[in-house]
Design a protein around this ligand. Structure first.
Ligand SMILES: C[S@@+](CC[C@H](N)C(=O)[O-])C[C@H]1O[C@@H](n2cnc3c(N)ncnc32)[C@H](O)[C@@H]1O
Length: 280
């Protein structure tokens, strides 16, 4: 039974974590432009001690470890044992990078407090974001800076919601629960800034980052349709449908993504918030 857009801690420790692992190459290729923008804005300095929240396969953690150098250190934190195992495998031989399995909303993190915090799309899955953000703030030294990337409004992210609309033409998808955790729960920038202020962050900046994504890293609409049907949050509903419905959805997804084909690549608009703040 699909849970739709709702993705909480238990999902990441279970089925959602397993799916992210299976589709990691596609997700990471798709998220590369956002990751580069986040790391450029964070501008980590040599010697800094950094915590990466919801590090997944650890691309941002490895990038940070290079930037802070031998005098610095990075700790990647994730709730999913499966994803952390893969992150550790990929980071073999990087001496200043460690990984910790923890629920960042509630658990203590060895090595805290840190100078800096980064997160690419790892802070939207807390059941109680106000309490979790206060906890995250306490992982930083006073004045310590965080840089996060989170998704912006659904209507500005057709790579996901255009595809969902295609699937919804054929399937009865569950209505989103606005109070439930999930990838599109921090889209309201005023609410996000209020949550951060309430959690004890100051100097809060939420700037937009418009970019384009190649869905699943795909170069053509058929591969993007395959990825969306297999990896996005409505994929279990597609998988549960009969063969004729699945084929019709695939055909419509290919047609949808074809509109975003440029001369040399697939480029679907995306809008994220780059968030920066300091711990009080
Ligand atoms: C959308 S993925 C992003 C992964 C990675 N940051 C990237 O950009 O490739 C979200 C990540 O947050 C992790 N996560 C979700 N809730 C968490 C929590 N409460 N504590 C720690 N990690 C969490 C998930 O396991 C997952 O790896």
């Amino acid at each position: 039974m699909t849970k739709g857009e709702q993705v909480g801690p238990q999902d990441w420790q279970g089925e959602r974590g397993a799916r992210w692992l299976r589709d990691m190459a596609g997700f990471e290729a798709m998220l590369q432009p956002l990751g580069e923008a986040l790391m450029a804005r964070a501008a980590l300095a040599p010697g800094e001690r950094v915590v990466d929240i919801g590090c997944g396969g650890g691309w941002t953690s490895r990038t940070a470890a290079i930037q802070v150098g031998a005098r610095g250190a990075v700790c990647g934190v994730d709730i999913s044992a499966l994803l952390l195992r893969e992150a550790a495998r990929r980071a073999a031989g990087i001496p200043n990078l460690t990984f910790v399995r923890a629920d960042a909303a509630v658990d203590g993190i060895p090595g805290a407090p840190f100078d800096r915090m980064i997160s690419r799309l790892g802070v939207m899955f807390f059941v109680d974001p106000a309490a979790a953000f206060a906890r995250l703030r306490r992982l930083l030294v006073p004045g310590g800076r965080m840089d996060w990337a989170v998704w912006g409004p659904k209507e500005d992210n057709p790579w996901m919601f255009g595809a969902r609309a295609v699937a919804a033409r054929h399937l009865d998808l569950p209505a989103p629960d606005p109070g439930a955790p999930g990838p599109f729960t921090l889209t309201d920038r005023e609410r996000l800034a209020d949550l951060l202020a309430g959690a004890g962050f100051v100097d809060i900046e939420v700037v937009e980052h418009r970019h384009h994504v190649a869905v699943g890293g795909a170069a053509d609409p058929a591969a993007a349709a395959d990825f969306a049907a297999g990896a996005f949050f409505f994929s279990d509903a597609i998988e549960a449908a009969d063969a004729a419905t699945r084929a019709a959805i695939h055909e419509d997804l290919v047609a949808f993504y074809r509109d975003f084909l440029t001369a040399d690549r697939l480029a679907v608009p995306a809008r994220a918030w780059l968030v920066r703040a300091r711990a009080r």
